[in-house]
Design a protein around this ligand. Sequence first.
Ligand code: IVH
Length: 338
Amino acid sequence: MKDTPMSEAVSLEMKEIAQRLEAANLAYHRDDAPEIDDAEYDALKARLLELEAQHPDLKDADTPTEKVGAPLAAGFGKITHKIPMLSLGNAFEEDDVSRFVAQIRAVSRDAMLTAEPKIDGLSLALRYENGALVSAATRGDGAVGEDVTANARTITDIPQRLTGAPEVLEVRGEVFMSHDDFEALNARAAKNGTKSFANPRNAAAGSMRQLDASITAERKLSFFAYAWGDMSEPLAATQSESIARLAELGFRVNPLMRRFQPVAEAGKSLVAQLIDYHKEVALARAELGYDIDGIVYKVDDIATQIALGFRSTTPRWAVAHKFAAERAWTRLEAIEIQ
Ligand code: IVH
């Protein structure tokens, strides 16, 4: 197709957003020093996704919408994920949740869903062999992560040994810093005249990605298990039972996780139940003692998860329903065509 001024303008806008997203990814994932807030990032990404859907011919083969995380920081060993560590698609409005549920129900009419908080931290993959923790990796670019094994060993929520686990078990979850530990850390920094952290997520990521594990050990980090990767045998047939099994093995799991039936006794639709849960947790958010930035809905039955599968970087069987406060409107400055 011959380029028209219109498609030139669209192409320029797409390039500009892609550049801003790439810069934001490096600042956030590699440098633990975000330059734009999450809401602005989500808005830019949503706009690029929209333009890519409208103009597939203008989509860059290297687009940030199909990438996870960022290139690895220097200094760390590398760990290749046997199963890629992907991202989650976002839902912002009730309509987005309805569409997500409809897509699932088209494949499995009676699918049950789970809902749980989306923890605002740093994702981590823990590999256990014969019950012993052998490695811990950050998500990195999704395919290869940073080796942070020594650092993970300093976190008390992460068991060093498991009894009764599959021979190989990779547990995935989120490292985070509680509000109390974050305030204590910044108070110490103020007293010692050292650098303070902007928020608990940066503090957790900055503490985890230390080449000297004795620095990580001085910071109090926490860990919730919420998923798994490579495994010699399945944990269970459903998401909720798998999480219960991880809890039995000694992992800390989120107590707010709930499971929802297609239609409750009260006659509420599945979407209505999810939206009510989202509202309830949003109201309790300030009291949780740690940062969350939305709710993650997941298909409970693992065979149905497998049937639904993945897009390039996100599962079709799960979605992150962001909280309203995490959203922002972003407008690009006018693009002038020379
Ligand atoms: S499930 C295929 N559950 O959100 C991905 N992720 O934006 C399955 N996250 O990379 C992930 N809380 O680091 C899942 N309860 C939760 C989560 C959660 C936080 C993070 C995770 C993921 C990112 C996606």
